[in-house]
Every structure is written in C-alpha cells, then in structure tokens.
Design a protein. Structure first.
Length: 171
C-alpha cells in the first residue's frame, strides 16, 4: 500500500508547505540572519520550522552537507510560547569553554560566545534579544562572522547542496 499518495499529491503537498513557509517568512516579526560575507558556497535552506503559522527557526547551510567537509550552519530562532527549540550542536562544543567575543549583527555590535575545537570546528552563539537567537557552527576555516537579515528565502530553496547527508531525502 502506498501511504505517500500519488506523485501529484506529494508535489502538491510540497508546494503547499513551501507556500506556508514563504508566508510565515514574510510575516515574521523578527529577522532571520545570513552571513554577510560567506566564504563557502552554495547556500541552501537546511531546515525551517513554523508553529501555528509563525516562523520559529531557519537554518542555512553554506558549503558541503558532509560533516567532514568545510561547512557553516547558521540557525536563527525565536522563542515562541510553549515551544522550547534548541538547535543541534555537537556535544563536545557544548561542554568546551567558550570565549567572549563581539559580532556584528545587522550593523550592531552584539556580545557572543565562540567555542573552538581542533581541528577547525567552532560554534558561535549570540542573542540579539532575550527571545531572538543566532547560532553559527562550522567545520573548516573561521571567516568573517558578521550577519545581516535574510530578505529573500527563495534562492536558498532552489540551491542544491554539494552533497546530501545520508538521512536527507533528495530535494
């Protein structure tokens, strides 16, 4: 028995989901961020979550989706009532001692923490407001960690990653 429906049903559901995502992105009261000067390409939407029509989180992936290759993940999220979102983070980075740094988020110097582990694994966490958060993590060289608002989600939807993780369905 085919529980997924016909190919046409799947295509229609995908289009409806993308339209809901685009509507929630345009209506979001808080910006979602991207790297101001990315040093890895391409940039693709890794994941996004909406709750009750409100955009909660967007993750952009720069470079390869292979965790052993150079890549950057930028996740922006906002706290929503009754929701407890925390982005995926390697456990070793969560237990390592971070350094206090300042990053530029949309032209504003913002306090942040930066954790680095050999070889070239890193995690940046900033909270532009008490309910609005940004996390960037990566493997590879650490470039300019400054961010500006993502104004158009559409290009990240059509960009194909350089490789897909084994568990990720082919877009």
């Amino acid at each position: 028995m085919d529980r997924g429906g016909s190919g046409e049903d799947v295509r229609k559901r995908r289009e409806e989901n993308l339209e809901r995502l685009m509507r929630s992105f345009r209506a979001s009261p808080d910006p979602m961020y991207q790297l101001r000067s990315p040093w890895l390409a391409p940039c693709a939407l890794g994941e996004a979550h909406t709750v009750g029509g409100s955009l909660q989180t967007v993750t952009l992936i720069y470079g390869s989706w292979d965790p052993d290759q150079p890549h950057i993940r930028v996740t922006t999220w906002r706290d929503l009532p009754g929701q407890d979102f925390t982005p995926d983070t390697p456990a070793a980075l969560l237990t390592a001692s971070p350094d206090a740094v300042t990053v530029d988020i949309d032209g504003h110097p913002t306090p942040a923490t930066l954790t680095r582990l050999p070889p070239e694994t890193w995690l940046l966490r900033a909270d532009p407001t008490p309910l609005h958060h940004l996390q960037a993590s990566g493997h590879g060289p650490l470039g300019d960690l400054s961010f500006h608002p993502l104004t158009d989600l559409a290009p990240t939807l059509t960009t194909r990653p350089t490789s897909l993780p084994p568990h990720h369905p082919n877009p």
